[in-house]
Every structure is written in C-alpha cells, then in structure tokens.
Design a protein around this ligand. Structure first.
Ligand SMILES: Cc1ncccc1N[C@@H](C)c1cnc2ccsc2c1
Length: 116
C-alpha cells in the first residue's frame, strides 16, 4: 500500500502565531519592565543572579532572524522572561506583580490561539 506522505511540519503558521503572541505581549500595559534588556549596570546584582537574561525586544530580534524553529522554542524564551522576573523580584513588588500578570496573560493567550 502507498506510504502516507508525511506532511512537512508547517512551522510557518507556528511562527505567525509567535508574531501575534509577541505583539500582544508588547502591547500589554504591564509589559514595561520586559520590553528591553535589563541594564545590569543600573540593577546591582542582576548579572550575578540571572544567568540567562531575556526580554521582549531580544525575542523580537530572534524571531526576525529566524532563530525560533517552532512555537515551543519561542515559548521557552517567553517563560524565561517571567522566570527571571520571579527569581529576581519579590512577588509583592511592582515588577514582580507585573511579571505574574504578564505570565497569566500569556498562558491564556497562547492556549486560546492554539485552539483554532
Ligand atoms: C524585569 C526586571 N527585573 C529586575 C530588574 C529590572 C527589570 N526591568 C528593567 C527594565 C527595569 C530597570 N529599572 C527599573 C527602575 C524602576 S522599574 C525598572 C525596570
């Protein structure tokens, strides 16, 4: 019997989903602490504590340069932004609370998008 031709994994629509998700993250009112890399010179201790800094502008750069092969790699970097935030900031702080709100928003948004 004819072998079912495996449809090539169409990652192009996955990357379109990444662009939509990133635009939503950047437009969120609580995105301000995460829009650009943390200037470790103005944040004492940050470089020592946070081994893998990540922010939305760096994610946008990687997306533009095709450094994400699929949605999963993208989600790993977005979660890194929030994990770094939780590691460095008190939950009960401006930035800490913004991080929790952004993570909840992101989790809701990509599960919505993946339904269709
Ligand atoms: C995400 C994060 N974690 C730990 C420290 C900083 C930051 N964000 C930076 C942009 C930043 C850097 N400086 C300030 C000053 C007031 S809010 C704010 C935000």
């Amino acid at each position: 019997c004819a072998k079912k031709a495996k449809t090539p994994k169409d990652s192009s629509n996955e990357l379109a989903v990444c662009r939509v998700l990133l635009a939503d993250l950047e437009a969120h009112q609580d995105a301000w602490p995460f829009l650009s890399p943390v200037q470790h010179k103005s944040v004492p201790g940050y470089r020592k504590v946070i081994k893998k800094p990540m922010d939305f502008s760096t994610i946008k750069e990687k997306l533009t340069n095709n450094l994400y092969l699929n949605l999963e790699n993208f989600i790993v970097d977005v979660n890194l932004v929030f994990d770094n935030c939780q590691r460095f900031n008190e939950d009960d702080s401006e930035i800490g609370r913004a991080g929790h709100r952004m993570r909840r928003f992101f989790d809701k948004r990509w599960t919505e998008l993946l339904q269709f």
